[in-house]
Design a protein around this ligand. Sequence first.
Ligand code: OGA
Ligand code: MN
Length: 223
Amino acid sequence: MLNNIADYSTDTPTEDESLFEQIACGLETQGYVILTAALPHPVADSLLHYLSRLQEARFHLAHIGRGLDQTQNAFVRRDKIYWMENSHPDAAHWFDWTTRLKRYLNRRLYLGLFSFESHFARYNPGDFYKKHLDAFRGESNRVLTLVTYLNKGWEPDQGGELVLYAPDDGNEITKVAPGFGTLVIFLSEEFPHEVLAADRDRYSVAGWFRINGSINQQIDPPR
Ligand code: OGA
Ligand code: MN
């Protein structure tokens, strides 16, 4: 009867678990983590598949802010985005992986992450996203930002880096090349960041883990 029940106490960590632990450690010690080409290949490949079947026309100019505050601001960002559908079969791998990461981080760091929303972004050559925060204290329930990239064969001279800045002194921490499967995860309210222009198309996937901001049993709508 009990034979089918795995004994987790003696299991060596799965590949995902050691990746999740690296992420938890980085968040715990410095509030951010950058892992080059770390997203498991089946997950990255399924995102690329989803992206490749999206029609050009489905990408829209990104808006800054939420609800009535939304303004299209070409001075701040020039990318075009497409919000993923949670139920889309091509997104299943991605949402499955992010759900497991969420569970892991909640157990390990007590973050209370509740939901996850995610979009593709396309930056055409010259497009940028100026220095910004993804969330403002007390105004948003975005807790954790997760970014990954779908660009194969990205060369160092092609630009398009994500620049991460320190929360306290605002100094540059590092620049990250948007190479395939590279993961950047950071506390949304803490780390200003910016996307530099590239000389080729640049595809990223950005996602936000949110705490539950629901009032009176009404689930807080995403974005
Ligand atoms: C964003 C963002 C970073 C990137 O969409 O808010 O900062 O590297 N994206 O694409
Ligand atoms: Mn951002």
